[in-house]
Ligand binder design. Structure first.
Ligand SMILES: [Zn+2]
Length: 289
């Protein structure tokens, strides 16, 4: 059975997204529009058909874009990202949500698309000119890329790989907090991979730098694309090897061993890979978070 338009929400995890580069020739059908004001996304959280506005054009909401990018199709519905001016007002009944707020309010499937849309939008915005010679760039046909017509430099969306690791010591897990976290929140050790470094070496280095301990048995867990600002988080588990916890006082202000059956601190949101790792640990310990 073909879903009706009312059922065609972007807010379902089982949708099939197909990346597309070249937009359709016309806009006779409504599309999902990921509309950004800075790093805020326009969400229609109170009405069907879902949280991402479905429109022929942002003009329907009396909004005009500075530039737009075609993203592909979601179950056959075209998707675009568009940047609008900083001072633009949200239409009645719809609101702009900061990405971190959106991440706690919308489904994982929808957040994945917002993540993709914001990164494409920011890549487009920040690569209007060649960073080597200053000439205006142009789109490369058939791929998500730009090129400099003068010197030939190529510009693709930048993805920054970062590691995150759950460290276990017997029945305890190491949780740590950054001074930037909301009050009471603890999470896992994380950090960006240095040029020329393997992900496993980055795990061992970050742990040693931030909390002063050595670890062993580093194992791959999974990955998550993360738009703060353009990371690919690569998750690992590891076991404590040696040393005493010594927070570096800069990235980490406090770190402790917690057992699964004691009162845990405030944990990261459910769709983050840090929480998935912590939930995995709790499940292994026979508990649900
Ligand atoms: Zn150039």
């Amino acid at each position: 059975m073909t879903p009706t338009n009312k059922e065609k929400s972007a807010d379902r995890a089982d949708r099939e997204f197909i990346v597309g580069i070249e937009p359709p020739a016309d806009r006779t059908e409504k599309a999902f529009w990921f509309i950004f004001r800075g790093r805020e996304v326009l969400l229609n959280i109170h009405e069907n058909p879902g949280v991402i506005p479905k429109l022929h054009d942002p003009g329907e909401l009396e909004l005009s874009g500075i530039r737009e990018q075609y993203l592909g199709t979601l179950d056959g519905t075209h998707c675009y990202s568009v940047e609008i001016p900083e001072g633009a007002k949200a239409p009645e009944g719809i609101q702009f949500a900061d990405l971190r707020q959106a991440y706690s309010e919308i489904s994982e499937g929808c957040f994945a698309l917002v993540n993709k849309a914001v990164q494409v939008m920011e890549w487009d915005r920040t690569n209007q000119f060649c960073s080597r010679c200053g000439t205006k760039t142009r789109k490369r046909h058939g791929e998500r890329g730009k090129e400099c017509p003068d010197c030939g430099e190529l510009f693709y969306p930048r993805i920054s790989p970062a590691i995150i690791v759950l460290i276990r010591k017997g029945h305890e897990v190491l949780l740590a907090r950054s001074p930037n976290f909301p009050p009471g929140l603890y999470s896992l050790i994380a950090g960006f991979i240095e040029p020329g470094e393997t992900a496993e070496a980055a795990v061992a280095r970050e742990v040693k730098e931030e909390v002063g301990i050595r670890i062993k048995n580093i194992s791959y867990f999974g990955t998550q694309a993360w738009p703060f600002p353009n990371s690919l988080m690569i998750g690992f588990t590891a076991e404590y090897s040696s040393g005493d916890i010594q927070p570096d006082g800069v990235e980490i202000e406090d770190a402790k061993w917690f057992s699964a059956d004691e009162m845990l601190p405030v944990l990261p949101g459910k769709i983050s890979i840090s929480r998935k790792l912590i939930d995995h640990f709790l499940k292994e310990e026979g508990l649900e978070s």
